[in-house]
Write a protein that binds this ligand. Structure first.
Ligand code: PLP
Length: 432
């Protein structure tokens, strides 16, 4: 990848921070998902990273989408995604957003309280409702249970109200917490959902949808294989094949975290002098880079992320490493990207690379102090092309259609990626 970054730097002659998005990584994740959890259809959580090429790639691969707002719904609909492949998975929705969902033909939506039911009755009475229950992981990067989810023992009261209002409740959802580090929680949550499926029958409902939410690992935390093993065994136990229940999930960070690498430039540097009595090795540097916590690194504050810089220059060419800190470009003292990281003595103009920056970064980035949000360079490497071919009829897709950047296996700009992948996606869609 470092060769790709260097190529891009040479081609662009830029000093701005930029992202490299490896679309092939997203394709790889989808393959892995299908292998690991064949019974669970992913509805990608747009909130995690709403970049158009990411959404196009996923739409091409045939995932559904979890949208949190009317803007997200509209973005996904514009890609040609069918409304039935969208779940409006925000349990507390603004009235205009419910109306927009109804206008767009999006019927499936979550709720977790009685007031929401009255709102939906008024604005979208034909909705297919999914009751979100609370079941928290004992450890997660971001807990969600304090804000959303009815306790499963209180959910029957909501079903009673739904019935009274004549609303169509079709299933149960939960979110165990983002960046879940407690894989067995999926067994507890699926068991609780199954209990509610049974109770729902007493109210005359015959549920057909189980939504196991998000919480799947991006690049750290639990392993997807371990979670998948627990999910598979739990759905087989509580919702055996042929039981007529559709099982979906709302993965966000799983799909995008590792696909994005952020390349930043050190524009300023402060030498922190060793104070008297200390050895020379205790010297240190403060590096100032052109993206910070008001931009991409908002994940440090909001997503509780810990980021690790790597040097673009070969680290083995340096003799010493020092305990350094890395700071964002704004005038705010809060704008610290990381501290106590071991880095060599670098120069202004050197580049620091941050891997795994695709989840909950760009979506919440702003331009405080006038610093722009980094642009994205899209790439896909040769092996991604091989994976894409698995989705295609060999005879219809001749070698001339192979995008040039994929043949070369190096980075290229957005437009070049556009024409190649769009052909592929069109083809996949037609086949579906
Ligand atoms: N679904 C809902 C309703 C969420 O709120 C979130 C994240 O906050 C997600 C899915 C995505 O979660 P993750 O990125 O952990 O997969």
């Amino acid at each position: 990848m470092k060769t790709v970054f260097t190529n891009i730097l040479e081609e662009k002659a830029t000093e701005d921070a930029f992202y490299v998005c490896n679309l092939g990584e997203i394709i790889k994740k989808h393959q892995e998902w299908k292998t690991c959890m064949p019974r669970v259809k992913p509805f990608y959580a747009v909130k995690c990273n709403d970049d158009s090429k990411v959404l196009e790639t996923l739409a091409g691969l045939g995932t559904g989408f979890d949208c949190a707002s009317k803007a997200e719904i509209s973005k996904v609909i514009q890609l040609g995604v069918h409304p039935s492949d969208i779940i409006f998975a925000n349990p507390t929705k603004q009235a205009s957003h419910v109306r927009a969902a109804a206008d767009a033909g999006v019927r499936t939506m979550t709720f977790d309280n009685e007031n929401e039911l009255h709102k939906i009755k008024k604005l979208h009475p034909e909705a297919r409702l999914v009751v979100r229950i609370r079941c928290d992981a004992e450890m997660a990067q971001c807990q969600l249970g304090m804000k959303f989810g009815v306790l499963v023992e209180d959910a029957p009261n909501l079903l009673a109200v739904s019935k009274e209002l004549g609303l169509n409740v079709v299933g149960v959802s939960f979110h165990v917490g983002s960046g879940c580090m407690d894989p067995p929680v999926f067994h507890r949550a699926i068991g609780a959902a199954s209990w509610l499926f049974n109770v729902a029958r007493e109210f005359g409902y015959s549920f057909t949808l189980l939504d196991i939410g998000g919480g799947f690992p991006g690049n750290t935390g639990s392993s997807i294989v371990e979670i998948a093993d627990i999910v598979n065994k739990s759905v087989d136990e509580y919702f055996p094949k042929g039981c007529g229940v559709e099982i979906i999930a709302e993965p966000g960070r799983y799909y995008v975290a590792s696909a994005f690498t952020l390349v930043t430039q050190i524009h300023s540097k402060r030498d922190v002098k060793a104070t008297s009595g200390e050895t020379a090795s205790s010297k240190s540097f403060m590096y100032y880079i052109n993206d910070g916590v008001y931009g991409s690194f908002n994940c440090v504050l909001y997503d509780h992320a810990v980021v690790h810089p790597e040097t673009l220059r070969d680290i083995t060419s340096f003799d010493n490493l020092y305990e350094c800190s890395v700071w964002g470009p704004t005038c705010d003292g809060l704008d610290q990207v990381c501290s106590n990281v071991m880095l060599p003595e670098l120069d202004m103009g050197d580049w620091l690379v941050f891997n795994n920056m695709g989840a909950y970064t760009l979506v919440a980035a702003g331009t405080f102090n006038g610093f722009p949000v980094p642009r994205i360079q899209y790439i896909a490497l040769k092996e991604a092309w091989a994976t894409l071919r698995e989705f295609m009829d060999e005879d219809k897709f001749v070698a001339d259609n192979v995008p040039i950047f994929m043949k070369a296996g190096v980075g290229c700009n957005r437009d070049a990626v556009g024409w190649g992948l769009n052909d592929v996606f069109e083809h996949i869609k037609n086949r579906n």
